[in-house]
Ligand binder design. Structure first.
Ligand SMILES: [Zn+2]
Length: 436
C-alpha cells in the first residue's frame, strides 16, 4: 500500500524517505499535507486489518517551516475520525525538535537535565574533602557532560554559536568554576586555561566527525544513511556548511573523502589518525582564541605573567594542594578573582590611580604584583624566600620578573610554599573587605 504513494516521501537523490521506524515508534514524513494525510490513512487501514492500535493521544503532527504561516495553522489531519493535535515541538529519541529546527528548546531542556545531574554530582563529590581536582574533572566529564552533548551529532551543526554559548557553555563553565573553587566573576578565559580545557565546541565537532566516520564504515548495501548524508552535502545548508568547515580545517576534501570509501576500505587505524589530528587542530585553534581573550582582559595581566610559557594546561598545583581553602585562595589570586583594591576599584569605577594599597604607605596600586612585595607582609615573605632559596639557590640573584615566575612554578613544587604566603595575603584582604 505504502509503495503506491511512495512518491510523497522526502526525496534524497535516489532514496525516498517516507517513514522512520524505531522499536514501536513510527514517524511518517511527507512534503505536502495531502501526502501526509495519505500516509496516515495507510497506517489507519493497516492497523484496522492487523487489529493493532495507535495511541492517538500521543500521536502528533509537526509542520517544519521557518516561520509559522497562516496556511499551516488551518491544516487539519485525521487518524480515522480522530483529529490529530498539531504541535510546535516534539521530543523524538530524546531530543526536542522544534518547527524551525533551531533546537533552542532542546538545549534548554538539556541544560535542565544536566542541572539535575550536577546537583546530585556535587552532593556526592562534596563529601570527599581530599579528592583531586583532576579526578573531579574526569568524573564530571563522564557523568554530566554526556547529558549536555546527547545527540549533538544531529543538532550540533544546526545551532548557532551564540545559542550554544548562552545555554550549555554557560552551564559548563559554571561547573568548571565550581571545580576550581573560584567565584562567578572569575574571568572565563582563565578557567579554561587553568584547567587545560577548551569550550565544548571541540567535543561537538569531534562527535560529528566520529559519526561521519561511522557512516562511511557501514557496508554499502546498508547505506541509507550514507545516501541521505551525501544528498544533504550536495546543497547549501547549515549541516553541510558545518561538515565542510570541519574538513577544510583538516585540509581534506569532503566529497572525495566520503565517496572514495566505496573503492577502498579505510581501516580503523586510519580513522584514529584522523580523529587525533582533528583533536589536535581544534584544540590548538581554541587555545589561541583563549590566549587572545586572556591578553585582552586586564584582570589577567598577572596570570599571563606567571604562566608566560604555558598558560594552557591543567596546573599541577591543583592536585598537589589538598586543602580546599588554601587551593581556592591561590587559584583566585592567580586568576584575578579576588578583592584586591585593583579589582574592587573596577566594580566601583574608581580611577586606577586611586586604587592604592590599604596595607602600606607606599602609595602603590594594590594589585597582585604589589601584594608580592608589599612591606606589610615582609615577615611572611622573608619566611617564604628563605624556603625557596633552599630549593632554588639562584633565587636571590634573579630579577623581579623571574622571581615572580619561579614563585608560581609548579614543576619546582613552589606552589606548596607560595600558597601559605598567598593564603595570608588573601585572608587579610578579605578581612579588610568585610570590615569596610
Ligand atoms: Zn602595600
Amino acid at each position: 500500500m505504502i509503495q503506491q504513494i511512495i512518491e510523497e516521501g522526502i526525496v534524497l537523490g535516489d532514496l525516498v524517505v517516507y517513514m522512520l521506524l524505531d522499536a514501536d515508534d513510527i514517524v511518517l514524513i511527507a512534503e505536502s499535507p495531502e501526502g501526509l494525510q495519505d500516509f496516515i490513512n495507510v497506517l489507519f487501514d493497516f492497523c484496522q486489518q492487523s487489529k493493532m492500535e495507535v495511541n492517538v493521544g500521543k500521536t502528533k503532527i509537526m509542520i517544519f517551516e521557518r516561520r509559522s504561516s497562516l496556511q499551516s495553522q488551518h491544516l487539519k489531519f485525521y487518524f480515522g475520525d480522530s483529529e490529530l493535535e498539531k504541535v510546535e515541538q516534539y521530543k523524538y529519541l530524546g531530543s526536542i525538535f522544534s518547527k524551525s529546527l533551531n533546537f533552542q528548546e532542546n538545549l534548554e531542556n538539556v541544560v535542565q537535565k544536566a542541572n539535575k545531574a550536577a546537583f546530585l554530582f556535587w552532593q556526592y563529590i562534596d563529601k570527599f574533602q581530599f579528592i583531586k581536582v583532576s579526578q573531579v574533572l574526569k568524573l564530571y566529564e563522564a557523568l554530566v557532560v554526556p547529558i549536555l552533548l546527547y545527540n549533538c551529532e544531529c543538532w550540533g551543526p544546526l545551532i548557532s554559536e551564540s545559542l550554544l554559548e548562552r545555554t550549555i557553555e554557560v552551564f559548563h563553565r559554571k561547573q568548571l568554576k565550581r571545580i576550581l573553587l573560584v567565584g562567578e566573576k572569575c574571568p572565563n578565559a582563565a578557567v579554561y586555561l587553568e584547567l587545560g580545557k577548551v569550550p565544548l565546541m571541540k567535543e561537538i565537532k569531534l562527535k560529528v566527525l566520529i559519526f561521519l566516520l561511522h557512516i562511511i564504515r557501514v557496508y554499502p548495501e546498508k547505506h541509507l544513511c550514507w545516501k541521505a548524508f551525501m544528498h544533504l552535502m550536495k546543497s547549501e545548508n547549515k549541516y553541510s556548511n558545518f561538515v565542510k568547515s570541519i574538513f577544510v580545517g583538516l585540509k581534506r576534501n569532503v566529497a572525495a573523502f566520503m565517496s572514495n570509501f566505496y573503492e577502498e576500505f579505510y581501516g580503523v587505524e586510519y580513522h584514529q589518525g584522523i580523529l587525533s589530528q582533528a583533536n589536535k587542530i581544534w584544540t590548538s585553534e581554541l587555545v589561541e582564541q583563549l590566549k587572545t581573550k586572556a591578553k585582552e582582559n586586564v584582570k589577567l595581566k598577572f596570570y599571563l605573567k606567571i604562566t608566560q610559557d604555558q598558560p594552557f594546561g591543567m596546573k599541577p598545583y591543583l592536585d598537589m594542594i589538598s586543602n580546599r581553602n588554601s587551593r581556592s585562595y591561590l587559584t583566585r589570586f592567580r586568576c584575578g578573582s579576588h578583592r584586591l583594591n585593583v579589582e574592587i576599584g573596577r566594580w566601583m569605577r574608581i580611577e586606577q590611580l586611586s586604587r592604592k594599597c590599604r596595607f602600606c604607605t607606599s602609595g602603590q596600586m594594590e594589585d597582585e604584583e604589589h601584594m608580592m612585595e608589599c612591606s606589610f607582609f615582609e615577615e611572611e615573605r622573608n619566611e617564604l624566600y628563605e624556603k625557596v632559596q633552599e630549593i632554588i639557590p639562584y633565587f636571590g640573584e634573579a630579577d623581579k620578573q623571574t622571581q615572580l615566575k619561579l614563585l608560581f612554578c609548579d614543576s619546582l613544587g613552589m606552589s606548596n610554599l607560595t600558597r601559605k604566603y598567598i593564603g595570608r595575603v588573601m585572608y587579610m584582604v578579605n578581612k579588610n573587605f568585610e570590615n569596610k
